[in-house]
Design a protein around this ligand. Structure first.
Ligand SMILES: Cc1ncc(COP(=O)(O)O)c(C=O)c1O
Length: 382
């Protein structure tokens, strides 16, 4: 690690030469199996040829032109995102990251409604001040208080607490922020009953629903948006991660009555949307078709079934589609180290949950290889 880099990460001790599909190749010639696709960014694996070509062709023309111009792909990508929500209308604000997409959502909420922002324990929305303010991890927020005021965190999947809160809270509620599957918070899937209540009280309390789809969106769960696995009716949807095919791109999608929330000057970005990232996004979105979504579901179910029989050190399996959390009863960091020695890169969250985010187009033979290396590492770890 360089003495000139902020010590905020815990990197693997390798130097990467190149990355292809599920593999990362180091300068010293080792090959590693990447189980988390650049933290859910590389939906089609490393260096997908279609995405790579789109990037190269665009960058040959220009890398940036500023938002004094509308890029040829911006309306197309925006239209596709809106259409995939299956709602009547919508408009997109492009950002550079998940946190930025959520900042745009928070600003939109604040412009339209006064009142509390309701979030859930273990929701993760990003590390900028606004996104952090609604992130349900006290240890991440505490060093930076005071953050945004008027934020309430309710326990996740606790239907009675939600109901009591909505019945008894006297203050106005501006918005409820939902992460249908907790990405960083342990891959817990939202309870269908809670979704019903969030929809129901929206009408009674007149708040907005924001669905953070930064990690679970864009096909990862086997539906285009994770909220489509449930009956959730969001007013704002945020995406990022895999949208730009490896380049930074996020979006806040404002739906139906919320579509026209922003007027000139309300919000903006020097960089977003980057035209090269948009060229990649156009390809990424074209690749997420019905047959891919079906495959994601089938492969997700296949992996979960195999994991159930794999090893006694696995105590719980969570998630949807190819967004899978595996809770183990061994030390997660020791497992990460053992897997690394076996050529398998694992992303271990707190409470010993391993997060699998393989490429959406992973093959069955790659799945077998991943599970074999995972099992070997589990057997060898104390
Ligand atoms: C659900 C969710 N929202 C927001 C973010 C923040 O995204 P970014 O790191 O691009 O700012 C993340 C990142 O992991 C995420 O998983």
């Amino acid at each position: 690690m360089s003495e000139y880099l902020s010590k905020v990460y815990n990197p693997f001790p390798v130097e990467v030469q190149e990355a292809l599909g599920v593999y990362i190749f180091t300068k010293s010639g080792e090959r590693y199996f990447d189980t988390f696709s650049g933290i859910g960014v590389l939906a089609f694996g490393h260096s997908d040829p279609d995405i790579k070509n789109a990037i190269i062709e665009k960058v040959k023309r220009h890398a940036h032109i500023s938002n004094f111009f509308i890029d040829e792909n911006a309306p197309k990508v925006a239209q596709k995102l809106v259409e995939k929500t299956k709602r009547n209308k919508g408009k997109v604000f492009f950002a550079n990251s998940g946190a930025e997409a959520n900042e745009a959502a928070i600003k939109a909420v604040k412009k339209l409604k006064k009142g509390l922002l309701v979030s859930f324990v273990k929701n993760f929305h990003g590390r900028t001040i606004g996104a952090l303010s609604i992130t349900g991890f006290p240890r991440l927020r505490e060093p930076f208080v005071p953050l945004l005021g008027d934020v309430v965190f309710l326990p996740h999947n606790d239907v009675n607490t939600f109901k009591n809160f909505m019945e008894n809270e006297q203050r106005e509620i501006a918005a409820v922020f939902v992460e249908c599957i907790h990405g960083s918070g342990g891959l817990n899937v939202i309870d269908a009953e809670l979704v019903e209540l969030i929809n129901e009280y929206k009408n009674k309390k007149n708040y907005l629903i924001v669905a953070d789809e930064v990690q679970a969106g864009l096909g990862r769960t086997g539906e285009f948006f994770a909220f489509q696995n449930f009956s959730l009716k969001p007013d704002i949807v945020t995406v990022a991660k895999s949208l730009g095919g490896g380049l930074p791109l996020g979006a806040a999608i404002f739906l139906d009555e919320v579509s026209d929330v922003f007027s000139p000057g309300d919000h903006g970005s020097t960089f977003a949307p980057n035209p090269v990232a948009l060229a990649a996004a156009s390809v990424v979105l074209d690749k997420i078709d019905e047959s891919l979504l079906k495959e994601v579901k089938e492969k997700g179910n296949y992996i979960k079934k195999k994991l159930q029989e794999l090893n006694k050190k696995i105590v719980e399996i969570r998630g949807l589609g190819l967004m899978i959390g595996v809770k183990v009863n061994v030390d997660g960091q020791k497992l990460r180290q053992k897997a690394f020695e076996n050529g398998l890169l694992l992303n271990v969250l707190s409470e010993n949950v391993v997060r699998f985010l393989p490429p959406l187009n992973i093959s069955y033979s790659e799945i077998e290889e991943m599970l074999e290396l995972f099992n070997k590492s589990l057997m060898e770890v104390e």
